[in-house]
Ligand binder design. Structure first.
Ligand SMILES: Cc1cc2nc3c(=O)[nH]c(=O)nc-3n(C[C@H](O)[C@H](O)[C@H](O)COP(=O)(O)OP(=O)(O)OC[C@H]3O[C@@H](n4cnc5c(N)ncnc54)[C@H](O)[C@@H]3O)c2cc1C
Length: 422
């Protein structure tokens, strides 16, 4: 794929709505092909879900979130006070219909199709990031950190072996590590740890917020226009889209909706209904020296991820269906602190403190994003709904949606990501 500016196409102005990691990558990718791009966000770039994630390129997560196993395991998770699943009562009337669709998406045929589509995206994800970061001379942001998926219960050794076999079938090699080898890889992990799967090639970014700042700076340095204003409404016409923001109406040849968990609100104004939920996740960020962390760590039992980032040691987790307006709940932070201390006892010292954050993952019932051109409004493109994998898939999704923008065949079959699947 070429990565230098191309002669401007005839229809050449593009509005990108949303300056999260997906919108930033999309804006830069469109610039590479000579489009004149205006990026809108009501906030400074990268302050949505893209601000507080774990920075991990989780390419091994190719199973959709809805599977018979996750559906069967939901109730015990919900009943555990430190469990990863939370359904705030105040939002239950909204989350239940969505959860019904989620359960339907766990049918075996759907899961297999979803897995195939996610595999296609994830296989290209690191390469796409390498291209994007090399192009803006920021390759050092991508770090081969390695990933350790850990278990505490020795009784679950077979579970790890089965998972390793399943991963091998997907073309992902891991090493089962235990005892001294595990302690050598990660010396400050609690001694109760039994075993882990080691993904030596796995990558993370050095810091997700810093990444967004670098992407935004490159976009502006290349002549991109950033407008820090909320977009109230989109009005597609014949081969054009008008963006309404703060009483102004600005016309573009094409517009891409990259508004993360808020994308459904924008589309609703056009009479388009998308079952997009805000799947709320939490983080705690400790000082960089609170604990020594050599790899990105995931806990199979506690369902959380920890990573060493430029901004500190971050622990992320929780799946809370609480919508876009409810304030963060204390339970999420308490549970994360409990789990982080369980894995790293050094974090229980009284002087250790952490900053707190909650963000909205944009999640569709079948765990696949929407990457599409609107069937009726030809100037309107869509790129949102990347659930737990938005950082991982941002650069590859940007390549795909810009291929659609250019009316070129994308490198990956984008039919599974069409809007009309709902
Ligand atoms: C706790 C947590 C941990 C995570 N860890 C990882 C991880 O390790 N790896 C990974 O791959 N993914 C991870 N994710 C998921 C990832 O962060 C998201 O999928 C990704 O950030 C989504 O990016 P986005 O650009 O679509 O959305 P966002 O970053 O939310 O950006 C959307 C932007 O649109 C703007 N916007 C919305 N509506 C409007 C409007 N009307 N007008 C103007 N602007 C608007 C918002 O202000 C926002 O800036 C994690 C998520 C959470 C919550």
């Amino acid at each position: 794929m070429e990565h230098h500016a191309q002669p401007g196409p005839k229809a050449n102005t593009v509005a990108v709505i949303g300056a999260g990691v997906v919108g930033l990558c999309t804006a830069l990718e469109a610039q590479r092909y000579g489009y004149q791009v205006t990026l809108f966000d009501r906030d400074t770039p990268g302050k949505g879900a893209s601000f507080g994630n774990a920075g991990y390129l989780a390419t091994e997560l190719v199973a959709p979130l809805a599977t018979p196993k996750t559906v069967a395991g939901a109730l015990p998770m919900l009943l555990n006070p430190n469990g990863p699943l939370s359904l705030p009562l105040r939002y239950l009337h909204r989350s239940l219909p969505w959860l019904a669709r989620f359960v339907k998406a766990a049918l075996p045929g759907q899961v297999a199709r979803g897995q195939q589509a996610l595999t296609q995206l994830n296989q290209q994800a690191v390469k796409a990031w390498q291209q994007c970061l090399a192009d803006i001379e920021a390759s050092e942001i991508l770090v081969q950190s390695g990933y350790l998926l850990v278990w505490e219960s020795e009784k679950r050794l077979d579970e790890a072996r089965r998972h390793a076999d399943w991963l091998r079938e997907q073309g992902i090699e891991t090493e089962l590590v235990q005892g001294e080898r595990l302690a050598m890889l990660e010396p400050e992990l609690a001694p109760v740890l039994s075993h882990a799967l080691y993904f030596e090639q796995a990558c993370q970014v050095s810091d997700p917020w810093h990444l967004c700042q670098r992407l935004a700076a490159a976009f502006q340095a290349r002549g991109g226009h950033f407008i820090q204003q909320p977009v109230e409404r989109l009005e597609p016409g014949d081969n054009s889209v008008t963006v309404h923001s703060k009483g102004e109406a600005l016309g573009f040849d094409q517009a891409v909706v990259c508004a993360g968990a808020w994308s459904a609100q924008l589309l609703q104004g056009l009479g388009i209904k998308v079952p997009l939920e805000a799947e709320r996740g939490y983080h705690l960020t400790y000082a960089a020296d609170a604990v020594q962390l050599n790899h990105t760590i995931g806990s199979a039992e506690r369902r959380m991820v920890m990573s060493a980032l430029g901004s500190g040691i971050r622990v992320v987790g929780m799946t809370e269906f609480g919508g876009l307006t409810l304030a963060p709940l204390a339970r999420g932070f308490r549970a994360l602190s409990h789990h982080a201390q369980g894995l790293f006892p050094a974090l229980s010292r009284p002087e250790v403190t952490a900053s707190q954050w909650m963000g909205h993952r944009p999640t569709l019932p079948d765990s696949l994003p929407v990457i599409d051109r609107h069937p009726q409004h030809s100037g309107l493109l869509l790129c949102f709904g990347h659930q737990h994998l938005g950082l991982t898939q941002a650069a590859v999704s940007a390549q795909l949606v810009v291929s659609l923008m250019r009316q070129q065949a994308p490198e990956i079959d984008t039919r599974p990501f069409r809007l009309d699947r709902f």
